[in-house]
Design a protein. Sequence first.
Length: 322
Amino acid sequence: MEGPPSSLQFLVSSFQLECHHLSAYHPTMLRTLAMWVAYDGTDFHGWQTQAGVRTVQETLEQAIRRAVRHQLDLAGSGRTDQGVHAAEHVSSFKTTNTLDVEKLRHSIGARLPKDLSIIKIRDVRSDFHATRSAVSKLYRYRIHNVPGRPVENLTQRYVYHFWHPLDFDRMRAAAEFFIGPHDFTALASKGTPRQSMVRTIIRCAIERHRDEVVIDVEGDGFLYKQVRNMVGTLIEVGRGHWEPEYVRNLIAGKDRSKAGPTVPARGLCLMWVRYPPELLVPVPASGTDAIAAEPSEGSTPPESALSPPTPNHGTKNVFDVQ
């Protein structure tokens, strides 16, 4: 006759039960959640999970798994590069957990480090996907454009210090050549997937705010380091090295060696991502309110950007890395 289970057998059985609980999926009970987060990218090795380094995706997935108590796949709206920041990065995942979204936000958020924060979580339509459903996104690049160092404003982690004078009229004239659908081979760094090099730039705005030059670029998708290469090219025009028309010829020539340098990652921030409103409506069973199609309060784009032209999604980039 068998005796009572040993302590070791009890621990093994408990571990097996926990593993089964963590890996069990019940497709009929899945809900789709969208999550908006902000992070300081300085100490992250980019968004995408990589072995042996600290990334935003892995940090989020670990926190979410502990909160919902099962395995999951987290999709992101863009794979920001090492050192790039985000004011509103969007990710999505499916879960069997039935916690209210606010309780879930607190549960996940309590497990996150200080340089990563959840802005909101919402129930969305089951076919929502943070990567494939995106309509457009806006990146902002900040240039500290005075001789004094950025540390005087405590912004050294978030700006590129370029102290030479810049001619805004020349830069704005050059930026106009970026607008529209183009083959941006000349502005893509090595490592870009080669399915298609065509992307649509909806707007490229340049403004000065005291010590800073701020460049906003909105598009339906971007090639590898495209925004940082665009900014480097605009700087060359602004400092008088090239005429604005040089950008038109650059795009037509498709030669990366003819473009400006890749500016540092620390000045770049993903400001928001836009999705079709119908996908952001929660599933009826959730009982939650529909969320707006625009970015969250505090980062709403200018009025001119609220109704952009519909971009061509035939060349949608699912490998957006900045």
